[in-house]
Design a protein around this ligand. Structure first.
Ligand code: GCB
Length: 621
């Protein structure tokens, strides 16, 4: 008795001390976005992080260490080089993340996977000390099955992130003659978007495709549904899928699924007088699918679908049969406080600012976060959806393996975002190179062909630098549906001494129209830096920016055949060391063409854009 009384406090103390200083979380079933497989558990909150400048983590077995020495607590999503303007930071480095968690006890799933929404750039993952998978590339989600997961007790997930930009990455590393790494946006390093633990019970959704098609504004719609299921068990089984599209019940049938096999299910329904989706009336149908094995539900999937058609005809874009000439914003999904590791509140803020400025289009250089897609679906915005194949030199693009990798990015982007009504087209890249030629043609042709095969319902586009030298590359662009011109006439000096002043813009646009009579043409960027008060004729002043914008809008509005005009950029962003962006008095590393400063203040030009956009934004009633 005496001995027990003596031992009890010690026992209690032992119970209170976790195996490391970092307690294990029990994640809750929640997700930052709705569309997707059911059973996602957010692995947010406190993680441990350690920088690995000397690349010694692998040798020192950081994937196995139990010590917390040298590790700091961070919240994930996280970027470790926020506010760091150094060349080293832009070039990228290595960092390790680690999270202790227990499985949610209420759940008895057969298996689990980790879902990473975006990690920049090379990711290696260990679970309980054992390697479970790898991924290369950012902005597109990937999943890794959680082999070796403990049903009871603490599991440890360790993630090594290598953000060093290499020449064959998207976007590629580029270094100028002084050894300064360059690039179009900051190389934010880390687990930039959230991580989930995803429940897997017998089957996993490999592809879910809900594709409404209409022939004209008010005709009936055909909704084709294709679902590929993967068996995650070792035994064959009979699997059935039922679901709903709005009020309509759908039945995709029953199939035998071999061990580790894949089965394709499909169905198609007709809907008379569908409620069409458009920017004015963004009607969405609630869609859900339930998978059963022997009558028992084993998996579910939810999404929202908009019935609409988007096509290129006679040299312009049509939405639901009506011509588009839309206005919108290019932007980075970034904030001063969090870099690219932003939350939904910031996503809403960016979307709301775009709408406040009269915009209906969103564009960035990589796929947006799923929540931004959902906001766009709900609010009636169109997304120019692009892979980060940006400024890839001819020498690199010449390699067939690089072109294949780019097409693979496209495949993953389409697979991730094809069910969003807001996605107006697939963009196969941005400003590939100012020297057009057979290498670009090889890439453009193969990427367009691939995108069309995977999704014949959307146009395919590319954003190109509007240099007079690349004026009429009709053969080069022949397979594209939409060409986006990044217009800096009167802002940047032209390449190799070309005359590039603003008075040449009108003639340039007319000439491109004549070169490409059957392509839809958009201005995918125009913008001027501004960071100070000062004379109207001085580049970099608020007044110059306003005047330049007014001139450009005046010219572009005389081209009613344009399918859209997008300002670059809504918000100022962290770009790269030494950036001047055409401004004689820059504030590197901040890109300052934004209409809203890095601190969130609207510049005078915001209201000029607002006036123009509200007056000229044209989309179906
Ligand atoms: C472009 C790029 C964009 C840059 C912009 C600029 O054409 O697409 O990423 O930020 O020019 O300001 O130079």
């Amino acid at each position: 008795m005496v001995r027990l009384r003596f031992l009890l406090p010690l026992f209690a103390l032992l119970l209170c001390v976790p195996s490391s200083a970092h307690a294990a979380d029990k994640p809750n079933e929640q997700a930052l976005y709705q569309d997707g497989p059911q059973g996602r558990y957010l692995l947010d909150g406190d993680w441990l992080f350690r920088k690995d400048d000397a690349d010694q983590g692998i040798n020192q077995r950081w994937m196995r260490t139990t010590s917390t020495a040298g590790w700091n607590t961070v919240k994930v999503p996280n970027v470790w080089n926020l506010g760091d303007a150094s060349n080293e930071s832009m070039a990228g480095g290595i960092g390790w993340y680690r999270k202790d968690f227990e499985l949610p006890s209420a759940d008895s799933a057969l298996a689990w996977a980790f879902r990473f929404e975006s990690v920049n750039y090379r990711t290696r993952v260990w679970l309980n000390g054992k390697p479970i998978g790898e991924n290369t590339g950012a902005y597109i989600p990937f999943e890794i099955q959680a082999a070796g997961l403990k049903r009871k007790g603490t599991n440890r997930l360790v993630v090594r992130v290598d953000s060093k930009r290499l020449d064959r990455d998207f976007p590629p590393a580029r270094t100028n003659a002084d050894g300064v790494p360059s690039g179009g946006w900051w190389n934010y390093s880390g687990i930039q978007r959230e991580v989930y633990l995803k429940k897997l019970d017998t089957v996993d959704f490999q592809r879910v495709q809900v594709r409404p098609e209409i022939d004209c504004g008010t005709c009936d719609a055909t909704v084709r549904m294709n679902i590929n299921l993967r068996n995650v068990t070792n035994r064959g089984q009979r699997v059935s899928i039922t679901g709903k599209f709005g009020d309509r019940k759908v039945n995709l049938g029953t199939k035998s699924l071999g061990p580790k096999g894949i089965a394709a299910f499909s169905d198609s329904i007709r809907i008379s007088n569908p409620k069409l989706w458009s920017p004015q009336t963004p009607n969405l149908y609630d869609v859900s699918f339930t998978v059963r094995v022997d009558g028992k539900k084993v998996a579910g999937y939810d999404l929202h679908s908009g019935v609409r058609s988007i096509k290129v005809s006679q040299g312009r874009l049509f939405l639901n049969g009506a011509p588009l000439n839309v206005r919108g914003m290019g932007l980075h999904e970034e904030s001063k406080a969090a870099g690219f590791a932003i939350d939904n509140a910031r996503r809403e803020e960016l979307v709301n600012l775009t709408r406040e400025a009269g915009g209906t289009v969103l564009r960035t250089h990589y796929p947006f976060h799923p929540y931004t897609h959902e906001l766009a679906d709900r609010l009636g915005l169109l997304i120019w959806e692009e892979i980060p194949v940006y400024s890839v030199s001819t020498a690199v693009l010449k390699e067939p393996s690089v072109r294949r990798l780019a097409v693979h990015e496209l495949e993953r982007m389409i697979g991730a975002n094809e069910n969003h009504a807001s996605v107006m087209l697939w963009s196969i890249g941005n400003e590939l190179s100012s020297q057009p030629g057979p290498v670009q043609v090889a890439y453009i042709d193969s990427a367009v062909k691939f995108a069309k095969e995977m999704d014949p319902t959307r146009p395919v586009g590319l954003a190109v630098a509007a240099y007079p030298s690349s004026l009429c590359q009709a053969t080069q662009y022949k397979s594209l549906d939409v060409i986006g011109f990044n217009n800096y006439f009167g802002w940047y000096p032209g390449p190799s001494g070309q005359i590039f002043d603003r008075t040449k813009l009108s003639g340039y646009l007319d000439a491109v129209r004549a070169c490409y009579p059957d392509k839809a043409l958009m201005v995918t960027e125009f913008g001027a830096e501004a960071n100070r008060d000062g004379p109207i004729e001085e580049k970099g002043t608020w007044a110059f920016q306003q005047d330049w914008i007014n001139y450009q809008m005046n010219v572009m509005n005389t081209k009613p055949w344009l399918s859209g005009v997008v300002y670059w950029a809504l918000n100022e962003f962290w770009v790269r060391p030494g950036w001047e962006g055409g401004n004689p008095r820059p504030a590197a590393p901040i890109h300052q063409k934004g209409l809203v400063t890095y601190d969130g203040v609207k510049k005078p030009a915001f209201f000029d854009i607002q006036r123009w956009f509200k007056a000229t934004n044209q989309f179906p009633p």
